[in-house]
Design a protein around this ligand. Sequence first.
Ligand SMILES: [Zn+2]
Length: 445
Amino acid sequence: MESTGQKLTVYKAGQVINATGAAPIANGAVVVEGRKIKAVCPAADVGNLDGAETVDLGQGYTLMPGLMDIHLHLSAHNALTFNNYRIAHAELPPERQELYELLHAQIMFEMGFTTLRAHPWPNMFAGHNSACVCAVRDAFATGIFAGPRMIAGGYATMTGSHLDLISPRSMRREPDATADGPWELRKLARKQLRLGVDFIKTCASGGGGTDAEEPEIRNMTQEELDAVVDEAHCQNKHCSCHCFTPFTQRMAMQAGVDTIEHCVFTDDDAIEQLVKTGTPIIPTLLHRTDWSIDIRRTMGTSEFTLSKMKRIQPYTEATFKRFLAAGVTIAMGTDTQLEPYMGSSAKELEIYVKFGMDPMAAILTSTRNAAKAIWVDKITGTLVPGKFADMIAVAGDPLKDISILSEREKIALVMKEGRVWVDRRPGFPRRGVINDQDWGWKKLY
Ligand SMILES: [Zn+2]
């Protein structure tokens, strides 16, 4: 191997999962040079590298790419402080949301998530909110704070859209919080893009999380949706679309959206088109569990909304199983937001496995597939030479027990761009980027 003069480190472990779809490498090694991966191979094939440091993690460890959650709302907040989560929308200024976002991203980072696609939190400060997401992204990218790679989003939705209705009806909005008609929506998307967002999020259907709407209703006309997607694409940005119904899944595919979120309901025709187009689905199943519903109850969500969440629960399982059987592309996202379970996103993978997905395929949803879905697959998402060394070491074998990816103490190393930010191996002091204590949401808020 030729050297470029940058620091070389050889990481060895009992198993390396490169997340390309290939079988794991037993007794594998990942050679990191500076910020990038130089080689991934059996440890015996590394040979002698002049001046290289060797970190031998041992048989019990698995090296794999850093995880990604590509649907979460970092700037949401603990609404218990305000007793009712809809009231909290009117209480929290974006400056404070920005700080939650920083903290939440760091919690995710400590749990092995080296890339996050952050949807902002809808409120009356629409533009300001997107600017906050971008600021946190840039603070991590420039090293002001330790944190993951972030892909930041901005909203372009119609008046009375699913996201608009999350805020109370009579609350005053900024004039450009929503827009109607293709040209107004283009302008809204352009304003978001001017702020520096990496993708546009829009909605084609109602949703489950508000008091004021049914999930089956349509948001936007085809012409409006086409306009939003076209604006994102013409600036080389991608577009994510919230869809609960097969009709809106078809609208989204016709408009050329890049990721379809949730998909609670579907039908054979939509599934056939999803397979044909390869459009990735982001299932967000963690957000549908009893666990999540119970947490939302303690956070002040109304019983009316909770019962709606409960009602759609069986459809989410059935739809996921149909997607899986048909070969629809799945990329991992959780919709983690208001609930104090930030950092638990790998539990989404446990649900995929419980519903019949092979554990390796589940890992691919949160690495290779996620990177491709959000257009960062040229730089990260798999362990292959030339990509950034965004990597974790896990104590144990996630192919045998996927739940270890949710156990903080088992996330032994977290590396972003070749630098180790967390090292929880026995005897190593760098336990996290927030502090050395075990964090918990009650203490944090
Ligand atoms: Zn969401």
